[in-house]
Design a protein around this ligand. Structure first.
Ligand SMILES: Nc1ncnc2c1ncn2[C@@H]1O[C@H](COP(=O)(O)OP(=O)(O)OP(=O)(O)O)[C@@H](O)[C@H]1O
Ligand SMILES: [Mg+2]
Length: 446
């Protein structure tokens, strides 16, 4: 492989690379946090020695390997593509090691060679977890090591079909100075693993830690290099975990997998719509809606609490919804529904730890806030779907028919939708259409 001597400046905060010295990083705005790197960079990955017509490129690795866990397969776009580099990120203790250990054990049981490299836990600790998961008898190879040179040497010998590096932040390359986890070490280790994965066809999973602001440490560098990035979401103290694909070269992004954390590990949740809904009647301040996550529709509940403030600045707190969205919805309610919230604290939360960016959440959020402020509940077995425009109009949302079908499947009977949406004809459901926010609020409060 050709190599070239380079000097570059890397921002320690976000990982952006510059060929010249800069005082302030134009990407993240942080000043004076640069490391200078002088290294021989491999040029290109898995290079074919000669250019060739694309029709003649061999595709021997095109078949996907299943992880044995249908929710994990779904997030990866239908299984693991050979030679792919997959980054799995998440808060400490959320279940990263559990998921990769379960996956490797299942694959090993199917007769494939697998290698689990642990840089964080001792062999005995990994064995203890495997015992709890009921997979301690598997043929998975375990190597507790942090030196990348030794790991690659071992991989060359064992030739695993799937390899896990837990975690990339603990690995170091002897060729470079710097402590494990530093930007230059992360880049070097990820680059070497990428070259190894592409050349050998080994599926390589990297476990990555997340920084305080929710990004994988050394985010840009790692995200650029790998094929797939999946993050764990949700509350680690809660029962459910969501794995979301934010980048995928081999499948759709924003696909999510829903798991239940049990003493036997992460179990796929077959019917995610059900787990995010509370049993029983809706209370004032609750609304059920349906969102599209990747390729499937999923029901969720949103709750609001509005109360007189005792602070100089009224509180606006949102969990699972962007803070800016809450501000806009409150402005719309003040203008079009005559709801005065300038002296009230407003708290909103999506039940179950889901994070939503779907515009279809606007109307249910607005009706939950009004419902709590005016102490009125939505009718039983009703769901609300719709985006709000800044002039108070209710706009249609993507895949409205899919959302309505999912609501019907779970026994919902009244569905509030935008007037302009395309509605499938389904027996046994009442469709209530509104064109404007004030009409929907008037209906709720009538
Ligand atoms: N017996 C048990 N029953 C249910 N859940 C358990 C049990 N033991 C551990 N857990 C869950 O597993 C989680 C730990 O998972 P794991 O070690 O895979 O996380 P991790 O993301 O790899 O963490 P780290 O970043 O520290 O390596 C705990 O937070 C807990 O939720
Ligand atoms: Mg771990």
């Amino acid at each position: 492989m050709a190599s070239k001597k380079t000097i570059q400046y890397i921002c320690e905060e976000c990982g952006s690379i510059f060929p010249h010295k800069v005082s302030k990083c134009p990407e993240c705005g942080v000043s004076g946090l640069f490391v200078v790197e002088k290294t021989s960079m491999p040029q290109g990955v898995a290079s074919t020695s000669e250019p060739m017509p694309i029709s003649e490129v061999p595709t021997k690795h095109s078949k996907r390997l299943t992880s044995g866990n249908q929710e994990f397969d779904r997030t990866l776009g239908g299984g693991m593509a050979a030679g792919s580099l997959i980054l799995i990120g998440g808060d400490p203790g959320i279940g990263k090691s559990t998921l990769v250990l379960q996956t490797l054990s299942t694959i090993a049981a199917a007769g494939c060679q697998t290698l689990y490299v642990s840089g964080e836990e001792s062999a005995a600790q990994v064995k203890l977890r495997a015992e709890r998961l009921g997979t301690a008898g598997s043929d998975m190879m375990l190597f507790c090591e942090t030196s990348l040179g030794k790991i690659l040497e071992c991989a060359e010998k064992i030739k695993p079909q799937v390899m896990v590096i837990d975690s990339i932040q603990t690995m170091y390359s002897e060729d470079l100075p710097g402590t494990p986890g530093s930007v230059s070490q992360l880049r070097e280790c990820a680059l070497k693993l990428m070259v190894y994965a592409k050349n050998s066809g080994t599926i390589t999973m990297l476990v990555g830690h997340v920084t305080k602001d929710g990004q994988i440490a050394g985010p840009r560098i790692l995200e650029h290099m790998v094929d797939t990035v999946a993050y764990f979401e949700g509350d680690k103290k809660g029962q459910y975990r969501i794995l979301r694909t934010v980048k995928n070269r081999f499948g759709a992004t924003d696909e999510i997998g829903v798991f239940e954390m049990t003493s036997l590990g992460l179990i796929p949740v077959q019917n995610p719509s059900k787990v995010f809904l509370q049993e029983g009647e809706l209370s004032p301040g609750s609304a059920v809606s349906c969102t599209i996550e990747g390729s499937r529709a999923m029901l969720f509940e949103i709750q609001a609490l509005v109360g007189k403030t005792s602070y100089a600045m009224p509180q606006r707190v949102s969990a699972g919804v962007e803070a800016k969205k809450l501000t806009i919805i409150l402005a719309l309610l003040e203008r079009f529904a005559k709801l005065q919230v300038s002296n009230s604290d407003v708290f909103v939360s999506v039940v179950g730890g889901l994070k939503l960016e779907d515009p279809g959440i606007d109307l249910p959020l607005a009706l939950a806030i009004v419902g709590n402020a005016r102490n009125v509940s939505l009718p039983p077995h009703s769901i609300v779907i719709g985006e709000l425009g800044l002039s108070g109009e209710i706009r249609s949302v993507s895949s409205l028919d899919l959302r309505i079908k999912e609501a019907h499947r779970l026994g919902f009977e009244k569905i509030v939708v935008p007037e302009s949406g395309k509605i499938p004809t389904i027996k046994g459901i009442e469709i209530i259409k509104f064109a404007r926010l004030e009409q929907a609020v008037g209906w709720l409060c009538s």
